[in-house]
Design a binder for this molecule. Structure first.
Ligand code: GAL
Length: 421
């Protein structure tokens, strides 16, 4: 059964308004070991504030299935009180009038001044905080199984030609190079690191954040797609449809050498008792040194089921102690600028250092594959083009460029963002 079918089956089995009186239901997709540990922190924090949380977890990394369930429930008039949302989806739900502004607590706690700069950028829509910022994830990480590489006397690659050489060498030795599930979201994340690492920040910004037809139709796009094809031909025979966290288990247990994926991998490695960075090392994705691709999870409240104690909930989720415990489990970094990461894992500490440097240098890049840059509609269209190209060796790169150009044209003619910002 696909994740969407599973999600639909779950939805149909759900009696309307089934949260017990006093319970606050939260919909999210934190289901891997590290994510569950992070969600347990949410539950405990809210319990401490006198709020019982009902867990509405929907399987599926990146949240595609969770978002389908959320839409269906909202249309049926039964949204959860709380949901995990990301970036552009917050803007869409705001436009539809479904979610509750958080300005009161944002004002009290001076979020504009206290939070990292990406927090207002992602959560403030039309001047109002519509989400409670939960974390900042870094996406352009390359996770490396050190023992595997050491056995082959191989240094971790720092650019894409080097990465492809490493992949070839690993394949020749019968070792699976990439811990990757062949699913559209994971493949799109891989492409995102490739596009940024090969094309650089101006190209990435123009082509995939602004969907500029000239950048999309450029020779840089052709070179990137050619590399993507080369990579897919090398790794496809080794891939299955596994989830990102099953892929992380492969990496941790020495069945695969690299994983190109966000720092929720760190949360999972720690939950599995893996020593990081001793066993699995974190390095910037090839060619992306100095750049920081971010996404961020936010907590939003649906006004159709707004809990009476919604201010208590918002205060609890934005508090410093929650931010520390939640992000330590999640592999991400806290959104509050002043918090010390002294007892965080070294990879998270490095993420914070790199964040600050990238912010100062204008090198913070929104993730395209993980909902920070494009409206969900266009994000899905781009993702499905890339996924098809990755899986169908006979698909011509010019066709992909043409179809991405068509997505860009329809994005500029509808421009939902312009109505919101
Ligand atoms: C991202 C989310 C992360 C993590 C990841 C894998 O979209 O921001 O918190 O959950 O998906 O499921």
């Amino acid at each position: 059964m696909t994740n969407s079918l599973r999600a639909l089956a779950w939805l149909l089995a759900l009696p309307l308004h089934d949260a017990l009186a006093g319970e606050v239901e939260m919909l999210h997709w934190w289901t891997s070991p590290g994510e569950q540990a992070a969600f347990a922190v949410v539950t405990t924090q809210l319990q401490g504030a006198g709020v019982e949380l009902k867990n509405a977890a929907i399987l599926g990394g990146g949240g595609n299935s969770a978002m389908e369930v959320l839409q269906a429930r909202a249309i049926a008039g039964n949204p959860p009180a709380l949901a995990q949302l990301e970036g552009q989806a917050i803007a869409s739900w705001t436009l539809l009038g479904f979610i509750q502004p958080q300005d009161e607590v944002a004002g009290e706690q001076e979020w504009d001044r206290q939070l990292l700069g990406v927090a207002p950028r992602v959560n403030k829509i039309g001047g109002h905080y519509m989400g409670i910022p939960g974390n900042v994830h870094r996406l352009n990480w390359m996770w490396v199984n050190r023992a595997l590489l050491a056995r082959l006397d191989m240094d971790p690659p720092t650019d894409w030609p080097g990465f492809l050489d490493a992949v070839r060498a690993l394949r020749a030795k019968g070792i699976k190079p990439l811990a990757l599930g062949n699913d559209p979201w994971q493949v799109a994340l891989l492409f995102e690191s490739l596009a940024l690492g090969m094309g650089g920040k101006e190209y990435y910004q123009k082509a995939f954040v602004e969907l500029d037809p000239v950048a999309l139709g450029s020779d840089t796009s052709r070179q990137i797609l050619d590399r993507f094809r080369e990579l897919s031909e090398l790794v496809l025979p080794t891939l299955s449809g596994q989830s990102w966290d099953q892929a992380t288990a492969d990496l941790a247990e020495g069945r695969a050498a690299f994983q190109l994926m966000g720092d929720w991998v760190l949360g999972d490695l720690l939950a599995r008792g893996v020593a990081v960075p001793e066993q699995v090392q974190c390095l910037p994705a090839p060619g992306t040194q100095g750049l920081y691709v971010y996404n961020m999870d936010s907590f939003v409240m649906f006004n159709a089921n707004l809990p009476k104690d919604h201010l208590t909930i918002a205060r609890a989720l934005a508090s410093p102690d929650f931010q520390l415990a939640f992000n330590r489990a999640n592999g991400s970094i806290p959104v509050r600028r002043e918090l010390s990461l002294a007892d965080f894992n070294p990879c998270a500490q490095l993420s914070r250092i790199d964040y600050d440097r990238a912010e100062a240098a204008g090198n913070l890049m929104p993730s395209v594959a993980d909902s920070m840059a494009l409206h969900p509609l266009y994000q899905k269209a781009v993702e499905s083009e890339l996924y098809r190209f990755f899986n169908q060796p006979d698909l011509d790169r010019e066709g992909v460029i043409r179809r991405l150009g068509a997505v860009a044209r329809s994005a500029s003619s509808t421009s939902i963002e312009a109505r919101l910002r």
